[in-house]
Design a binder for this molecule. Structure first.
Ligand SMILES: N[C@@H](CCC(=O)N[C@@H](CS)C(=O)NCC(=O)O)C(=O)O
Length: 212
């Protein structure tokens, strides 16, 4: 498989899943600031110009974090990355949708991609502040849903690396994580696959989780 990613972005969640699966894949870095995602070669595999993209062994492209995560879980049942019961699987999808759609798409996007929410530069500070407020509110919900469980679905599942990437962004942007999410973040940072991915993406592990 070919995995198109940008270090430190939402693709880190999928990168961790691929590493946890211990399946061979080639990683290609898409340089977003340089506009690589708008170049014809990339648009040919992902006309949405987003990362991540996974090109599977049959040559077909898969986009959207939730869809890639779900496919990786379903297509590799022996890895047990998806609960087998309907309720468990549904709750995992509920978490994926909330993290990617709301925490990332509505919250962190306002902080990292402020000009896409307003053309008026005078509003940028207010947009970023609203993004931060929303992220903090969402973290409260996710914290209560996680409770004292080790992982989102009890056992490790596709939901955990996806929750991890927004916890990682919180660490980088100094947004405080409530206690249960802090414990989850630290638990994830202790996983060998997570450590391998963060090292490959150029992070110094000693500087992460300092506030967690
Ligand atoms: N809904 C997409 C969103 C992914 C997304 O927002 N990726 C960002 C990076 S974290 C991106 O591709 N940005 C491209 C850009 O900024 O033009 C998904 O789930 O894959």
């Amino acid at each position: 498989m070919k995995f198109y990613m940008t270090p430190g972005s939402c693709s880190t969640g999928i990168h961790i899943l691929l590493e946890e699966l211990d399946k061979a894949f080639e990683a290609y870095i898409v340089n977003l600031p340089a506009g690589d995602h708008f170049k014809p070669d990339y648009v040919a595999i992902n006309p949405k110009s987003t990362i991540p993209t996974l090109v599977r062994d049959d040559g077909s492209s898969l986009t959207e974090v939730q869809a890639i995560a779900y496919w990786l879980g379903r297509a590799h049942p022996r890895a047990r990355l998806l609960p087998e019961d309907v309720e468990g699987e549904t709750r995992v999808i509920e978490t994926l949708a909330f993290v990617v759609g709301t925490v990332h798409g509505q919250g962190f996007a306002r902080i990292f991609a402020t000009p896409t929410f307003t053309r008026n530069e005078a509003d940028h500070e207010a947009v970023r502040a609203f993004g931060r407020e929303l992220v903090e509110k969402c973290f409260g919900v996710l914290n209560d849903q996680l409770g004292v469980k080790d992982y989102v679905a009890g056992a490790f599942s596709i939901a955990d690396p996806i929750l991890f990437y927004v916890e990682f962004w919180a660490d980088k942007t100094k947004i405080p994580l409530p206690a249960n999410l802090q414990a989850h973040y630290k638990r994830m940072l202790a996983r060998p696959a997570v450590q391998r991915v963060l090292r490959e993406e150029g992070y110094n592990l000693a500087s992460l989780g300092a506030s967690a």
